[in-house]
Structures are given as structure tokens and as C-alpha cells.
Design a protein around this ligand. Structure first.
Ligand code: HEC
Length: 208
């Protein structure tokens, strides 16, 4: 067997393996329904984690339908509706304590079946974002937020931008892959303010 033939055979086998599920997905029009059925069968109520979480709301279902690529007009309409869900701080003050914010950003606590409803949740921000240069373990689903205030300023517009994103990121990007921390009652107003300070306070490690 010469080398060329071996490579050709390997490529053919690899392509056959790879293309089978893709073809199946294209030809199976009931795939979405089947996936939903499996999810609903496998998830059940346990503690505070209720099986209803697998049900998409209207916005999520629309993003799934368009594979996150919404027509421009629809996208604007959905973002405007999400913006209305944001409860801005009544005292007009957006900045809390960055030290408490850093603890929240590090904490992935909350929302699981073993958590209690009355215990405060964390923000799990490092799971998706780089924030402080001191923390070397972080995820990259979201953009890096390192030096946020140095790059974007720390004035009222930046404060509102950050508060709004944490409260409901889908008000700015309808299909954003970021939890709606305020709208879904994961974090309180005071906790969101602490996270705003983490991103914008000049003394915060994010801006050092
Ligand atoms: C599951 C992943 C995920 C988690 C957890 C997450 N984010 Fe995000 N975040 C994203 C993504 C993705 C974007 C980009 C959204 C877009 O515009 O498409 C984003 C955007 C942002 C932005 C806007 C950035 C800009 O350039 O304007 C801010 C601010 C932000 N996140 C802060 C936070 C904070 C604070 C936390 C913790 C409470 C957090 N995020 C948790 C995924 C996440």
C-alpha cells in the first residue's frame, strides 16, 4: 500500500464518520422535537432546580429558531422589549464595593438543586470573562473585561452600560450567551452595584 493510498483511505474514513451525524441532522425534521423530548425526560424537579428551566421563553425560542442570527428589525424589537425589563437603581447610584464584587465574580454558587432559595448566589463572571489580571483561571465565552474602565471610561454612561449588561445582557444583544442576572433574580441590585464597581472603580484589580 503506498502512502498516497493510505492517506486517501484515512481521509475517506474520517469524512464518512464526520458526515454521518450532519446528514442525519439535515434529514431529520423532528430533531428539535426529539431533543426537547429527551431534555424533558431527563430533567426533573430537585430542590430549587425545577425542570421548567428547560422550557425556553419567547426570546430564547426565537434565537434558537434563527440560530442566533435574527433579522435586523426583529433583533431591535426584541432588544427594546428586554431593555424595558431593567430596573435601574432607584437612588441613581450604580457603584458599590469592588471588593464584594470580586468575591461575587469568583463565586459560582447558586441555582443548583443543593442551594437554598434564600442564600445569595454568586455571579460566576470568571467562568466566561477575564477580569482581574491577578486571576489566571477564566473562561472565554464572553469578551475580556480586563482594564474595562481604562478602555471605556468610568463615568455615568459606562456605569449604566455595565449595570444594564449585568441586569439583562439581552437588552443589548438579543441572543447574548450571558445569563440575565437581574431579570432572572439571580443577583440583587446591591450585588450588581458591587460588580459595576469591580469593573469601573480605578482601585479595582480589573483596572490595575
Ligand atoms: C455564560 C457566560 C457568561 C457569564 C457567566 C457572564 N457573562 Fe458577561 N458576557 C458574556 C457574553 C457572551 C458577552 C457578550 C455579549 C454580546 O454582546 O454578544 C458578555 C458581555 C458582558 C459585558 C459587556 C461587555 C462590553 O464590551 O460592553 C459586561 C459588562 C459583562 N458581560 C459583565 C459580566 C459580569 C460582571 C458577569 C458576572 C456577573 C458576567 N458578565 C457573566 C458571557 C457571560
Amino acid at each position: 500500500m503506498n502512502t498516497k493510498w493510505i492517506i486517501a483511505a484515512a481521509v475517506t474514513t474520517a469524512l464518512a464518520t464526520l458526515s454521518t451525524p450532519v446528514l442525519a441532522a439535515k434529514t431529520d425534521s423532528n430533531l428539535d422535537a426529539k431533543t426537547t423530548e429527551i431534555m424533558k425526560r431527563d430533567f426533573r424537579d430537585k430542590g430549587i432546580a425545577k425542570a421548567e428551566r428547560v422550557n425556553q421563553d419567547e426570546l430564547q425560542a426565537t434565537c434558537s429558531k434563527y440560530l442566533d442570527k435574527l433579522p435586523a428589525k426583529l433583533k431591535l424589537k426584541l432588544e427594546a422589549a428586554q431593555l424595558k425589563t431593567i430596573q435601574w437603581p432607584a437612588d441613581g447610584n450604580y457603584m458599590g464595593d469592588w471588593k464584594a464584587g470580586e468575591k461575587l465574580a469568583q463565586s459560582g454558587k447558586g441555582m443548583t438543586w443543593s442551594d437554598k432559595a434564600d442564600e445569595p448566589a454568586g455571579g460566576n463572571c470568571y467562568n466566561c470573562h477575564q477580569l482581574s489580571a491577578r486571576e489566571i483561571a477564566y473562561g472565554t465565552i464572553g469578551p475580556s473585561l480586563l482594564h474595562f474602565a481604562i478602555k471605556r471610561g468610568d463615568g455615568p454612561d459606562a456605569q449604566r452600560h455595565v449595570y444594564g449588561h449585568i441586569y439583562n445582557a439581552k437588552a443589548y444583544q438579543a441572543c447574548a450567551n450571558m445569563p440575565r442576572f437581574g431579570q432572572m433574580n439571580i443577583l440583587t441590585e446591591a450585588q450588581i452595584k458591587d460588580l459595576v464597581a469591580l469593573l469601573l472603580d480605578p482601585e479595582s484589580p480589573v483596572n490595575k
